[in-house]
Design a protein around this ligand. Sequence first.
Ligand SMILES: *Cc1c(COP(=O)(O)O)cnc(C)c1O
Length: 365
Amino acid sequence: MTAPDPLALLEQVVTRRPDPASREQAALLEAELAAAHDVAYAVVVSSGTAALHTALVAAGIGAGDEVLVSAIPVIMTVAAVVLAGARPVFVDTGPDGEPFDVADAASKITSRTRAVLPVHLGGRSGDLQPVVDLAAHTGLHLIEDACQAHGSRYRGWLLGTLGSAGCFSLKDGKLLSCGEGGYLVTNNPDLAARARAFQSHWQTPAPGQPALTRLGTNYRLAEPLAALARISLAGFDARLARHRHGADRLVHLVGDVPGLAVIPAAPGEQPNGYCALWRILLPRPRELSGRLAEAGVVNSVGSFGLRAAHQHAACCSLHPAPCPNAARAADSLLVVPIPIRDPAPDDEARLARIADLITTEVAAW
Ligand SMILES: *Cc1c(COP(=O)(O)O)cnc(C)c1O
């Protein structure tokens, strides 16, 4: 794919005043995203949260339904389930740290359960086959929160393409970005049609169906943002390679500092290098993560307050059942985003600085 000239493209979108109904850039972006993910359909929306909400609604999930969500979610995942009118039921981390314990999930399936929703934190899925099998055997939808997982693979499949729908964010800082935005990918034509209808007030129903027969929302991605996302997509392969290299470099530079254990890729996992992941083996790991954040190492717990759902203030009105493995796992997780920015030759210096901060703080703890 050749990169469109950014300024020319933006000028064209902003000044040419195309027919507002045509949504030309969004349609081009959808075709390019579907091709890049090797799926039949991509539907672009205004955020990753909107992608999750839209996917759930398009899968027919609503009031009275239950969705099995990783117990270490981000609050956006939980919000999307609640926005859809469904109840999140949290699935514990496995005894060996697997992100989604299928035995716990299976024990929580009721007559109201409609979907499993694993969250691929840090672009990592762990061993996803048991989750795929659970969905297949129970007939539940598998909806992936792949908002951090652009380009990550499991057994060769791109994350986000293993179930009914995969949801991605295009927010700044994600591997593919246009400031704010999102999209979902699916091979299911009905799900795609309902998603497309829902994100624009049911004005664009499936071919042959009447318009405006249901209430939807305005989750449309603005045309200038769609143009920016196309530019970001054209540079994706190079960015992915830099991230993968950067994650390997950071892990290498931090080395064997006592008190940190690298979380290796599970068999079949090919991470995107969005983050590097360690387990903290020292006392008071949450405080250490906070200290690292203060020192300038952006990380999941210290900077973003990651914690198990049943301990999260934003989730307390949902009265989540305790997930003890998730509580331990969340506290000791150190997830550090890989700072890939322009100019590219400075990647190494940025990584060396972060590695230095990590080793110094951990050694002094
Ligand atoms: C970023 C993110 C979201 C939400 O995406 P927005 O575009 O910010 O709405 C959801 N889930 C995960 C795991 C994310 O990282």
